[in-house]
Design a protein around this ligand. Structure first.
Ligand SMILES: C[S@@+](CC[C@H](N)C(=O)[O-])C[C@H]1O[C@@H](n2cnc3c(N)ncnc32)[C@H](O)[C@@H]1O
Length: 302
């Protein structure tokens, strides 16, 4: 197992910065302000230079901003369609506000990430809750998880799920593009193995799979991607076509449906706040997909 996944964690801070500065998403300002005050060595106290530079060239950022807000909202929509019997496990949750937002819902939510990132996130959440005189819901849990480690998945299963009778949704955004093709297989098979052992019904929902071939890649986005690749010591990897995504999921025992994210357009706050070109935003949202992949029980054993 490569040891370098932690190098991906600072990207969660970059995402938090963009949400705080260019959107009115819930808790975005509070989360970024809290994380900046924390003293983790790898978290920059100042906005990273890559972003300071990037936003001098706003045309190149339209797609990225629409994607960042659109993926969060469309993932929420898809998860909210599930009934409350589903326990939601978010992997690679970073500094997302979903746990805070879901506190009013009756279903169990387990927030997971790599240990250092998760510890930071837990402090961020506790700080925000204290400032707002709110108590953490007993259904909101934090759990350190390397999502590519099947043994860690099994430990999570034993900790939270006794038998094979729970409805479980595994969700994520902003992780898979950092993983190689082999690591994506490892992620898929870890989730499938976990569903086999612990889920009555299992569904995997993510905005991380889209047809990269179809993306319009401006020089600014290419520049940004190269900088992030350097920072994380990773090469971005994406599926080329939607057919490839469906096949990849079927091979792991999942039946996938992919919907484009344009339905979320009216709810994006970045469009007016920045402001962004509406037709370009619509075009971007049509390219990104929300993928709902239902697991066929006992696929691995059949
Ligand atoms: C781009 S950030 C996305 C964070 C969050 N989902 C969001 O949208 O704000 C990528 C996240 O992946 C996490 N990560 C990287 N490798 C991981 C792994 N093997 N298992 C779990 N999380 C991982 C990082 O710690 C980081 O929080």
């Amino acid at each position: 197992m490569p040891e370098d996944y932690e190098k991906i964690s600072p990207t969660a801070v970059l995402v938090a910065l963009m949400r705080a500065r260019y959107t009115n998403m819930p808790y975005a300002a509070e989360i970024y302000s809290a994380v900046r005050q924390m003293t983790k060595p790898y978290f920059s106290k100042r906005p990273p230079s890559i972003f300071r530079r990037l936003f001098k060239f706003s045309p190149g950022t339209t797609g990225r901003l629409a994607y960042l807000e659109g993926r969060y909202l469309s993932l929420n929509e898809a998860v909210n369609k599930l009934d409350d019997s589903y326990t939601v496990i978010e992997i690679a949750s970073g500094l997302s506000a979903r746990g805070l937002e879901r506190m009013s819902r009756p279903s169990v939510y387990i927030e997971t990430d790599l240990p250092d990132m998760l510890a930071t996130k837990q402090k961020v959440v506790q700080k925000i809750l204290a400032e707002k005189s709110m108590a953490q819901s007993p259904k909101y849990h934090f759990y350190a998880l390397n999502a590519l480690d099947p043994i860690a998945w099994d430990e999570l299963g034993r900790r939270f799920f006794g038998g094979n009778n729970s409805n479980i949704a595994v969700i994520h955004e902003g992780l898979a593009q950092y993983l190689t093709a082999e690591e994506k297989v490892k992620l898929r098979d870890s989730i499938a193995g976990f569903f086999d052992r612990y889920a009555a019904k299992g569904v995997w929902i993510t905005t991380d799979f889209y047809a990269y071939e179809k993306m319009r890649k401006t020089w600014m986005l290419k520049f940004l991607d190269r900088r992030i690749e350097k920072k994380t010591s990773r090469k971005f990897h994406q599926f080329a076509t939607l057919e490839e995504i469906v096949k990849f999921l079927e091979q792991g025992g999942f039946q996938a449906s992919l919907q484009d994210c344009s339905f979320i357009f009216d709810r994006l706050t970045c469009v007016d706040k920045v402001p962004l070109d509406k037709s370009r935003v619509r075009e971007v949202l049509r390219m990104y997909k929300i993928c709902t992949a239902v697991y066929s029980q006992n696929h691995l054993g059949s």
